[in-house]
Design a binder for this molecule. Sequence first.
Ligand code: ZN
Ligand code: FE
Length: 255
Amino acid sequence: MPLELVTIPCLADNYAYLIHDADTGQTAVIDVPEVGPILAALDAHQWRLTDILITHHHDDHIQGVEPLRARTGAMVLGAAADAHRLPRLDLALTEADSFSIGHDFARVIDVPGHTLGHIAFHFPDSRLAFTADSLMAGGCGRLFEGTARQMHASLQKLAALPPDTLICSGHEYTTSNLRFAATLEPDNPHLISRIADVAAKRAQGIPTVPVPLQTELDTNPYLRAHLPALKTAIGLPDADDVMVFAEIRARKDKF
Ligand code: ZN
Ligand code: FE
């Protein structure tokens, strides 16, 4: 049985996620922007929290960790590399480490770029990947600590996951991400239909996450920097993929 997934809007535009194994009852939350909505979701499902998984050190992803640990007694897992600036870790993770949630297991992927210690969690059997502020719906996180080369390599690792993997990212930035993408590929039919789909969802207050990786491969410009048409569109037909990626990221920062 795949893990059950619940998407929880938090703060102004953050997302936390619950995953639950019905057989064992083990339940994890990915990131804790705030405690209230997560406790409410646990309560609504009658689930008991066992694990708290942290993607990176920014306040809007960890500020509820200590109060949630105090309320639930859950174990806290996060990147060993960032242990000095994360809440106290019960399990410090490095790349390719794995741990289980119920009958499923997660593999840790290093995805530096937004921050240096950012990690993603891939659950291959449940076809889920929690990418927070690395690969985002229609975009990627800003380069606060890492280089364009690092973020490009991180996104390449995620792009290589099975295309039916559901990408669970950290924010509701999809509308503006896709508006920017359309400046680069105005005629991309996948992008045109995704923009319409996202507008309809947002009009009803529905989250635009999670998203199948295939949709990102078809529309997310940061996963498309290798395409000759995109290179030409930004005036860099002969540049390498990293240079094109860096130019796209720089343009978005000014968008
Ligand atoms: Zn962040
Ligand atoms: Fe964030």
